[in-house]
Write a protein that binds this ligand. Sequence first.
Ligand SMILES: [Zn+2]
Length: 1154
Amino acid sequence: MVDSSASRRQAIYKEQHDIEKLREKIAHLEIQLEENDKYVVKLKQKLDDAVQEEQGHNIDQLEHVENQQKQLAPPVSSGSPSPKAVDSNREQILPPKENQGGGNKVQVVQNFLAGKEGASSAMAFANIVSSGKLVCPTKDVNYHADGDIQMLHAYETIPFDNPDGGVWKQGWDVKYDKEKIKQEKKLEVVVIPHSHDDPGWLKTFEGYFEDQTKHILDGMVEHLNRTPDMKFIYAEMSFFELWWSQINDEIRNKARKLIESGQVEIVTGGWVMTDEANSHYFSTVMEMIEGHEFLLNQIGFKPSNHWSIDPFGISPTLAYIMKQSNMSHAAIQRVHYSVKKYLAQQRNLEFTWRQLWAGKSDVTDMKTHMFPFYSYDVPHTCGPEPAICCQFDFKRLTSIGCPWGKAPEVITPGNVAQRGQMLADQYRKKAQLYKNNVILVPLGDDFRYDSLTEWNDQYKNYKMLFDYMNSNKDLNINARFGTLHDYFTLLEKRISEDKPLSILSGDFFTYADRDDHYWSGYFTSRPFYKHMDRTVQHYLRTADILFSLANWKANNSGVKFTGEDLYDNLVTARRAMSLFQHHDGVTGTARDHVVIDYGEKMVTAINNCKQIISKATEYLMKFPPTREQGLKIDEEHFVDKLPQKVVSEDGSVVVVFNPLGQPRQEVVCINVNSWKSRVGLPGESNTEILQQIGPVLQVIDNKIVADKDRFELCFLAEIQALGFARFNIFEADDVANKVKLRSSSEFESQYFETKLVDKSTDIIIENSHLKASFDVNTGLLKTLKEESELDVELSFVHYGARKHNRSFTGGDSLAGAYLFLPDGKARPLSSSDNSYIFVNGPIRKTIFVKGPQEAQLVHVVNLDVNAQSLYITNLVNITTQANFEVAMRLKTSIKEDNFFSDLNAFQMIRRKRFAKLPLQAQYYPMPGSAFIEDSNKRLSLLGRQALGVASLEPGWIEVMLDRRLNQDDDRGLAQGVLDNKRTESQFFLLLETLSGQPPDNDPTIGYHSLPAHHLSLALHYPLSILVGQIDHAASSEIPASTSLLAQAYPCDIHPIAIRTLSQPTIYGPGGTRSTKPQSSSGMVLHRLGVECRSKKELLTKCETSDGKISIKSQFVEKPKTVHDSSLTLMYVSDKETDSLLLNPMELKTVKISF
Ligand SMILES: [Zn+2]
């Protein structure tokens, strides 16, 4: 029973409370009004400054613009800062005036609604976006490296003929003069015991640890403590850390002593031995920091040598990352057998590896040792003859045996002379391939040394062999166990005494291990997870940045950041992404259940990051801490299906975060539950946001349909560098911003005007930057026009798998996870049954195509009102196919044959087509992008995940989207690739006009223009969209927009990461871990290398600084100290620094404490 007087009292109380609330609100509004006035004054000041700056811009830049203009004939007015540009800037900064003529944002919507859709075409946007400016850093970039061997040029010379070389199948009969060797300097032989441990392949990471790795590392401590002259090297810190978490302090101390004494060497010290084809340089730097931080915190060891023996093709980006991490030497293995032979013939298997952009400079030089033979196992490392070397793998005494028919023998006083001679002969032959009579002989294989028997057998037998060889003067050999460090120390001594190494530039893709077995399949295999990899990358980078800055603010303000308690989750996320960089992870070459395990770890990582992003956003935006429902990222992620947008309800608040170092203006789309939804700015602002509402389109049962329960609300947002902006979603009766639909076949929509498309002319969409035409029958792209028109015919093609080639003596393989072995040229997928819907909105135009059914293809092309490029999304599902590989092909009218693809999304390397190489050899990794160009046009395809790319004819680019292979390809995986899922790929397609002469007529490296760089960054690091509910009264406390930066980064400097450093982890019972953050972060910067021939204007509002950046004045929260550091923070300078100077392409880290 409710007492009526009590309920009356309650009602009165509630009324009073409401009145109080309203009073509060009025007070807030008054404050806000005052603030708004101040803001307008500030903006006006900013505008005046901008005008002044535009007029009297710094002389360097003006000169540069003038130079650019001189190169242009006829001069192009939009290339210079003009009053028009300033006016347009004014429109962006100031709220639009009422009833202004055409040109402001409200007007665009009104024009659109009134049917005034632009004069040139029904599909044109009104020209509302300001023009940008031609900016280019003044420092020149190099287009080649000085040196002795250039790999692209070497490809012209190498015959790729694969003759039978005898016992060394892929080489020749190696000989030496037995008398002459007695006069030579002693042959130094360094036998390096190693265990190659894959953090996931046939078993999961944890599976391998339980079954093998923990026994290997236990045995290492036990055996090496007993035998001080035995050595061991180890690379994978993921395993080492897991082991470390489970052992006691006594074992830890023993392990530390072995490392301190040099008996055990940690090589590279990354979290994994990263893949080099598909990995993005962000992830490589992060997995290196992850491993190095563990080493520094727990062991105090700093690796100086790099070891990359299993990745399937070798990238110079890795050599650079190691160099910047203060490493001096590298050992690499999986390189095309013909390249190895070519280098061996000139004794150039050891070389000084120079980066392609280095020119004459030696600052990037890395001394590199390349393995000469087929593999890193014992049969292929002691010398050229596997049948003999196999007999010196003493694990094979008790298990596996030798496939060449001759088993190993236990070394005894009776046979040591004969066996020692045999082995010395192999060593001596191997030395003939190198310059300095020092050889590296690895002694190990996958998951070796997992039993004490193996440790004992290898040790005892080799000891006897070494003693024999070293005491036999005629052999003139000094052999011993050693580490990689021991080897390179000896080599350096000999180099200084005898023969310096040749300088080499270029890369080692595409790898073939035998015959025409090119490993270009794994550039694309399991694209669903390659896509997920970049999603993790994006969320992790954002979470790390926001965690650092929130923690930073908490330190300065004393107001606790509750997200700090989530640091362990952040560490877990970093490690999940790092683990996947393994060369059977992101490569797509693990067993099905291992792939799922990686996927689960990555989804956990994404969810951990989202939690941190939400917490940090609330903290930094000053959201009241007591609200019931926090902010949530508007996207859900799954292990086995593509991400889904969360539906936002009316009344929601939307917070958008820009994780880039420069401001951006972008179309943001969210899913809403009402076709009446609109987006507005917080408060009572009457500033109109340019927006549109349209259907969410899908293909169901081979038909395009509109989702009945959700709609897509898109709006143009402008967000500051590392900045937030807040918006409100509300329902309005005025639904003036609806899109119009034109369909190729019958299509019904309850909410949007729908008509059949006029099939008499092609579809044209355009804005002030770009015009694109699409085939009216298929909906596929036909031409692009920027300054002039280019044919860009987009189509989809497929390959099958070829049958066994019986002529191969080694036995042929079929296409699988690693190998791309097509059954001839690609066949087109017919587009005659395509249907499409053209969505015409005021800020985004979309062509949504239901493509070929074989691939259940959905192809979506967007052109946004302010975009300089087309945004392409493909969804493919090839689960109904057998031995089927599907590619997107662009055939253009670009005549000249200049094709560049990227390495690790870090640099663009020149590729050439060689008639002597098969089709599968023309495929290269495309972890980031590719472009083709002639003297005045460049077409760039910028991707956001690793896929394979080729240019099979002049003017063509094709990119593989998915592959399904029904069989194993004999590289150990023992299964096909049949776990395909509906998979998404995204690209920007950018056409640029080039001006002026190419600075180098035979470049070996290319550079993106600044607009292309910024597009690539936008694709990789999209705006984070957070949605939640908010108490209206509280909302006035929350800023409408804010930035964590006092000033944006220069246009050509990208903050790769701002990553909080960890205190040493506390390991508890049962392998539990607790890690606390330090009050310092590593900030990793990259100065982009920029092509200045592009006439494309940069729309981003940023400045160039010639590589100079001041760290302390960069942030709103001022750091206490800034210290210069090596890339992975292993070496931090004692001296404080503030400003940095970066050269083009340079990667640099500073340690920031607060
Ligand atoms: Zn491996």
